[in-house]
Write a protein that binds this ligand. Structure first.
Ligand SMILES: Nc1nc2c(ncn2[C@@H]2O[C@H](COP(=O)(O)OP(=O)(O)OP(=O)(O)O)[C@@H](O)[C@H]2O)c(=O)[nH]1
Length: 213
């Protein structure tokens, strides 16, 4: 797993949260929607395939800082592939989700990374590779080592999860939040003042790419 730094240095003494956009990308049926629903609603049920994109928000407290995560859960079906590009514009973080029992989904996650690399500057977006469905270990086609090595080669965060068994689900989002706040602190972003909302990664490049979603 790529190294994650300590707790963020930035603080929100004014009580205003940082706001970040997190996009979930990956093949159909790898468990993207399930991951979000488990995290936000502590629920695991069979869900219908996503159409286009679903949107969720979640407030997190990390140390003395608050972060509002705007979570965009994209549809994995091939017919929505081109639409997904519209959704990941302006993202601060991305989860590239694959199913450890499906090698093709691992390759698709790598393809999504290439797409992100075309859209963003190196290091502009926090990216985590997530291998889901560890409860189906007997059907595993992608080893932990394979996922980890690919993530390390691309300087991505990496975790394996089982949404079904609620294994490492909150850790995925907490790690992303910590990394976002750490980067905000490293950049010296000032704490939001009363009535002000700070949107991370809103440099000149990001402002030019307004999301059309
Ligand atoms: N065994 C197992 N099944 C899971 C797990 N996570 C999700 N599933 C199941 O996998 C199927 C697909 O899950 P979804 O969350 O709809 O997958 P998705 O990636 O959002 O799919 P699209 O909306 O088509 O992009 C559902 O039947 C889930 O119940 C897991 O950790 N283990």
């Amino acid at each position: 797993m790529a190294q994650v730094g300590g707790l963020p240095q930035a603080s929100t003494t004014s009580g205003q949260p940082y706001v970040s956009k997190l996009v979930l990308l990956g093949s159909s049926s790898v468990g993207k929607t399930s991951l979000v629903l488990r995290y936000i609603k502590q629920d695991f049920n069979s869900v219908l395939p996503t159409v286009g994109c679903a949107f969720f928000t979640k407030m997190l407290d990390v140390g003395s800082s608050s972060l509002k995560l705007e979570i965009w859960d994209t549809a994995g079906q091939e017919k929505y592939h081109s639409v997904c590009h519209l959704y990941f514009r302006g993202a601060n973080a991305a989860l590239l989700v694959y199913d450890i029992t499906r090698k093709d989904s691992f390759h698709q996650a790598q393809q999504w990374l290439e797409d992100l690399e075309k859209e963003f500057q190196p290091g502009e977006v926090v990216v985590m590779l997530v291998g889901n469905k560890t409860d189906l270990g007997e059907e595993r086609q992608v080893s932990f080592q394979e996922g980890n090595e690919f993530a390390e080669s691309k300087s991505l965060l990496f975790m394996e999860t089982s949404v079904k068994q609620n294994y490492q689900v909150s850790e995925v989002f907490d790690t992303i939040a910590q990394e976002l706040l750490k980067r905000a602190g490293d950049r010296g972003s000032s704490s939001p003042q009363d009535g002000e909302t700070v949107v991370l990664n809103q440099g000149p490049a990001a402002r030019q790419r307004q999301c059309c979603a």
